[in-house]
Design a protein around this ligand. Structure first.
Ligand code: GFB
Length: 313
């Protein structure tokens, strides 16, 4: 997401962006974070820094997912409070919602704490839920304009394409390119039946700026139990199966060999259908145009093929 904002910010003249990556500052270290933020002296912060990964990394690295994210979030919001940053937009993920709710209902902002998340990513989910709690505490105690957005699964250029740790789309793009090169079948983990809503990183970059400018902790759109949180997602109708994603990726890569579904590997959460009606209410009649997934996938495959040497993998 940071890179998608960087790609976009050339056109954005209203703000001077300073991008902080883990090479610039160790956000798990409070003193280093305070020192760095003191130098930058930001007016507003878009907080995207996190230890992330796909289903299999989340299942394998629960301690890192929990501790690293809690440390980063504690330091970033604390320092923003101490330096009087006027607005913070933090990023959660729809995987943090109660798993039971996802089985029978569309998930909305007010449900966030209404039950345990899916076991495959509970460490990451609780750390991110605490970021929402921490933001709310700063609002209640100090009146800070600290809000949280909750996107669905994000994909796009500059992603991490690691074969084991990546999210489904970058992992499968990498696997599909290798399978095409080697002339072997593409092996997909799981049954292919789970459903997901995918948002293109470039769309989300635009919506993060929109949130910075238009969604505040005192928003009139907030109802009971959903103050300061906003789901950013394509419509529920645009939810697709992993199997359909695989078809679109194979098409974009130009892969026409066999596709094998390895059901010995986990499917994870079956679905987490996000209700985006609060966002649509706020965004108004002009309706945000999301990039169709086949178009986004084509651009992402092109980017990966052209940047294979330098891509994270
Ligand atoms: O993006 P993903 O790893 O995570 O997608 P979640 C997982 C789905 O894709 C599962 C299938 O149904 C997998 O069985 N899949 C098929 C694969 N092949 C592959 C593959 O090669 N790699 C991966 N990774 N999946 C994550 C949360 O859940 O969603 C994170 O664990 C985060 O914390 C992310 O919130 C947005 O969508 O299941």
């Amino acid at each position: 997401m940071g890179s998608a904002l960087r790609d976009m910010c050339g056109a954005e003249l209203k703000y001077r962006f300073v991008f902080v990556s883990s090479r610039d500052c160790d956000l798990t270290d409070y003193a280093a974070t305070l020192r760095y933020f003191n130098i930058v002296a930001p007016d507003a912060v878009i907080h995207l820094a996190a230890a992330v990964g796909g289903l299999f990394k989340n299942m394998r690295c629960k301690v890192d997912m929990f501790e690293t994210n809690v440390r980063i979030n504690m330091n970033v919001l604390r320092v923003c409070h101490e330096l009087g940053v006027s607005k913070v937009v933090s990023c959660l993920s729809t995987c943090i919602f109660p798993d039971d709710k996802t089985k029978t209902e569309k998930i909305n902002e007010a449900m966030l704490h209404a039950g345990p998340p899916h076991s495959s990513n509970d460490a990451y989910a609780y750390a991110k839920r605490m970021l929402e709690v921490q933001s709310r505490c700063y609002r209640e105690q100090y009146g800070h304009n600290f809000v949280c957005v909750i996107p669905t699964n994000i994909y796009g250029p500059h992603d991490n394409f690691h074969l084991d740790d990546a999210h489904v789309i970058p992992a499968l793009i990498h696997k599909c390119c290798l399978a095409k090169q080697q002339g072997v079948p593409l092996v997909v983990a799981g049954s292919g039946a789970p459903l997901r809503q995918f948002i293109y990183s470039r769309d989300l970059a635009l919506l993060l700026i929109w949130t910075l400018e238009h969604y505040d902790a005192t928003s009139s759109a907030d109802g009971d139990g959903d103050a300061g949180i906003l789901i950013l997602s394509v419509d529920p109708a645009d939810e697709i199966s992993i199997r359909q994603v695989v078809q679109h990726i194979a098409e974009a890569v130009g892969f026409d060999n066999d596709i094998i579904y390895d059901t010995s590997q986990a499917d994870g959460q079956f679905k987490k259908t996000a209700d985006n009606s609060k966002f649509k209410r706020l965004y108004g009649s002009s309706r945000f145009t999301f990039t169709p997934i086949r178009h986004g996938l084509r651009e992402t495959v092109q980017w990966f093929v052209q940047n294979y040497q330098d891509a994270r993998k």
